[in-house]
Design a protein around this ligand. Structure first.
Ligand SMILES: Cc1cc2nc3c(=O)[nH]c(=O)nc-3n(C[C@H](O)[C@H](O)[C@H](O)COP(=O)(O)OP(=O)(O)OC[C@H]3O[C@@H](n4cnc5c(N)ncnc54)[C@H](O)[C@@H]3O)c2cc1C
Length: 338
């Protein structure tokens, strides 16, 4: 049974928001999550096109160094939510290929949204709902949507958007100033399927001295059998920033040319080619405040940008925010996001 006053509204159903929601729900909080997207997952995203094409155009894989994410990952592995990607990942520089140090790389099955879908499975999540404002009154927080709907009252609100978007919501609270000082870099992602298999002896590459920073054969990941030869190409932060307002078709063609140059090969004809612009792709690896919480007003902030970036940072940030909310109510955390 939910205790009176333990109502939490969470803005954003990415890994941070869902890890927070899941942990709070496991500790008898009444949680509701809102996301503007069609589905959950945020930057752990998979785009499908035609019956046999799929592209993880955001996060490519995740690593689990912290014991809390390792525990959840073990559970996901046992239930087939994720699998280890055993693809050959190399470093590619001026045509020279060198091998990277092996480490477990996990991917969602059949796409990178699988982890978010699993975290969201027992939680109230309202998608296609863009939040435009939030305000605190005597009975708690009210959240307002772009369709002029109001949700609340919530005792606590958790903001989990990328830093620049969070900053807008958090003003005039001091957390707004913190969020507005943290930069996030953009990333152009190209989603391309080839008519015939591209012959390279590896599945993913960190690319140097190129407009590209990463390329991967999406169809080499586990659980993607039957897919055509689908590739995801990520541009470097510098190239992405310099071409941020380019038309998607232009960005796609330029980056395809860069791919051909990086592997010194002509590419097979493409049967599908699109590009996606991530305006807020990565934060600073260095920032590790983990989360922000003001118990006086019931306001928490979490997201990858507060915890070293990446899926793991987002997860730990969300769990830490839940932990702080539990602590503020004198509760000992009963479950670590699993
Ligand atoms: C191109 C790219 C490659 C990456 N590669 C990797 C990788 O290989 N490995 C790795 O670990 N990480 C990688 N990352 C980073 C990883 O995806 C993120 O660190 C992580 O997914 C962030 O989770 P989050 O919950 O903090 O934020 P998000 O996933 O951004 O979640 C925020 C959510 O808020 C929602 N939202 C935004 N505004 C509103 C609003 N006004 N109202 C309602 N909802 C709103 C969004 O729709 C989104 O679902 C990559 C990211 C990108 C973009």
């Amino acid at each position: 049974m939910t205790a009176l006053g333990r109502t939490v509204g969470i803005i954003g159903a990415g890994i941070a928001g869902l890890a927070c929601a899941r942990t709070l729900a496991a500790n008898a909080f009444d949680v509701k999550v809102f996301d503007k997207g069609r589905g959950v997952g945020g930057r752990t995203a998979t785009r499908r096109a035609e019956p046999d094409l799929a592209f993880d155009h955001g996060a490519q894989y995740f690593t689990a160094r912290d014991a809390r994410l390792q525990k959840v990952t073990a559970d996901w592995l046992s239930r087939g939510v994720v699998a280890e990607w055993l693809g050959c990942v190399v470093r590619l520089e001026n045509g020279a290929v060198t091998h990277t140090s092996p480490q477990p790389r996990y991917v969602g099955v059949p796409g990178m949204t699988a982890m978010a879908a699993d975290l969201a499975s027992a939680i109230r999540v309202q998608t296609r709902t863009q939040i435009v404002a939030m305000s605190r009154g005597p009975s708690g927080w009210t959240i307002k949507t772009d369709a002029h709907e109001n949700f609340g009252s919530f005792e606590t609100v958790v903001v989990t958007l990328p830093a620049p978007q969070s900053a807008v919501f958090l003003q005039p609270h001091a957390f707004g100033a913190i969020a507005s000082t943290l930069q996030m870099t953009p990333c152009w992602a190209v989603l391309v399927a080839f008519e015939s298999k591209l012959e390279v002896p590896w599945d993913g590459a960190f690319v140097h001295n190129s407009p590209l920073s990463w390329v991967a054969r999406n169809s080499s990941k586990p659980g993607r059998s039957g897919q055509s030869d689908c590739w995801v190409l990520h541009a470097s932060p510098e190239w992405s920033a310099a071409h941020i307002e380019a038309a998607p078709d232009t960005a796609a063609r330029l980056l395809l040319d860069a791919f051909s140059s990086a592997i010194a090969q002509q590419l097979p004809p493409d049967s599908h080619l699109t590009a996606h612009r991530w305006r807020h792709s990565h934060g600073s690896d260095a920032d590790d405040r983990r989360m922000l919480f003001d118990p006086e007003v019931g306001l928490a902030v979490c997201g990858d940008w507060l915890a070293g970036g990446r899926v793991e940072g987002a997860f730990l940030s969300g769990v830490s925010a839940a932990e702080a909310i539990c602590d503020s109510q004198g509760l000992k955390l009963g479950e670590s996001g699993s």
